[in-house]
Design a protein around this ligand. Structure first.
Ligand code: SD4
Length: 313
């Protein structure tokens, strides 16, 4: 892409900064059908709290929902029966915080925020993250519910002890919000790939892969097979494509094709989905397989939107 186009894109960004489309704001979007989470985030912004508060409170809804088996309490364990959580958060100033391989603390998104706000670091892992959580008043609890234990026991009987991505079996919460002042924040929280190897960390807590926000441009988040997202630094790629002038929809499509067109890509056997939001409150989503969706709360409407996919049959 030539320099001229980049310059054009930069001047568009500056224009966006001055002419916020305030009628379109606030907006919150999230991966999958999570209307309770987007409702909470929307209400938080309606209450004049920041997009960052909206992200944290929205994600917490799903972390506390024991029925959701990919996030927080009730998440499916690794192949040895440990529930380990990954999460990250980014604010409109470009600060970020992340926790990886976290055990026994349900609200990984809140702990990621604490890492961002109360430490000089970006990422804490494992026991260090857990100890930091207790020092900040987080409560220790067993995250493995009876239902998830049952599912794990069943898996052990039939599996070949290999981590697999089942197209239906993931609903990581990735959330992006822009408040009425035009400030964008994002978060991503997950128990990761079900029956993964002990110690495995995916894309969700990796800034640039599972989540990226640039307040001058927009944000993106990912769900699906994290290894493939990390290899293409998917969320950062989407934001950079939007910086070049692509719409959120087109940017998500290009990022999915970046995975699909890799030499020897095995894309027919796994799912990756992206959602994106720009400074104007425009949104997009796209996935490899059918079955992905995004929830959007805008103009008092909380709707689940089916995503288009690369594979259509
Ligand atoms: C991961 N991206 O750990 C996550 C999985 C996911 O819903 O999206 N689960 O790879």
């Amino acid at each position: 892409m030539g320099l001229g186009i980049t310059n054009n894109a930069l001047s568009n960004v500056q224009k966006q900064k001055v002419n916020l489309n305030r009628d379109a704001l606030p907006v919150v979007i999230a991966t999958w059908d999570v209307k309770n989470a987007t409702k909470k985030a929307w209400e938080t912004m309606e209450n004049h709290e920041s997009s960052l508060d909206a992200i944290e409170k929205g994600c917490m809804i799903e972390e506390a929902n024991e029925k959701g088996q990919s996030v927080g309490k009730g998440g499916l364990p690794d192949r040895d029966g440990n529930v380990t959580l990954d999460a990250c958060i980014m604010n409109s100033k470009g600060d970020c915080g992340s926790v990886v391989f976290l055990k026994n603390i349900k609200h990984a998104i809140s702990l990621a925020r604490k890492v961002m706000e109360d430490t000089p670091h970006v990422m804490l892992s494992g026991i260090g993250a857990e100890e930091f959580g207790y020092s900040m008043g987080f409560i220790k609890e067993d995250l493995l519910t009876e239902a998830s234990k049952k599912a794990w026991n069943k898996w052990k009987k039939t599996s070949k002890y290999e981590p697999i991505i089942n197209i239906e079996n993931h609903d990581t919460i990735g959330m992006l919000a822009i408040d009425s002042s035009g400030n964008i924040s994002g978060g991503c929280t997950t128990s990761g790939l079900a029956y993964k190897m002990h110690g495995r960390v995916g894309d969700s807590p990796i800034i640039g892969s599972g989540l990226y926000v640039d307040n001058g441009i927009g944000g993106a988040v990912a769900t699906g097979l994290g290894e493939e997202v990390v290899k293409t630094v998917g969320s950062f790629l989407i934001v950079e494509l939007m910086r070049q002038g692509y719409s959120p929809q087109k940017a998500c499509e290009i990022a999915i094709k970046r995975i699909v067109y890799k030499p020897n890509s095995n894309y027919k056997n796994f799912q990756v989905g992206y959602i994106a939001l720009n400074k104007n409150g425009d949104v997009g989503c796209y996935s490899i397989q059918k079955g992905f969706s995004m929830t959007k709360y805008q103009s008092n409407k909380n709707v689940n939107i089916k995503s288009d996919s690369y594979i259509i049959s």
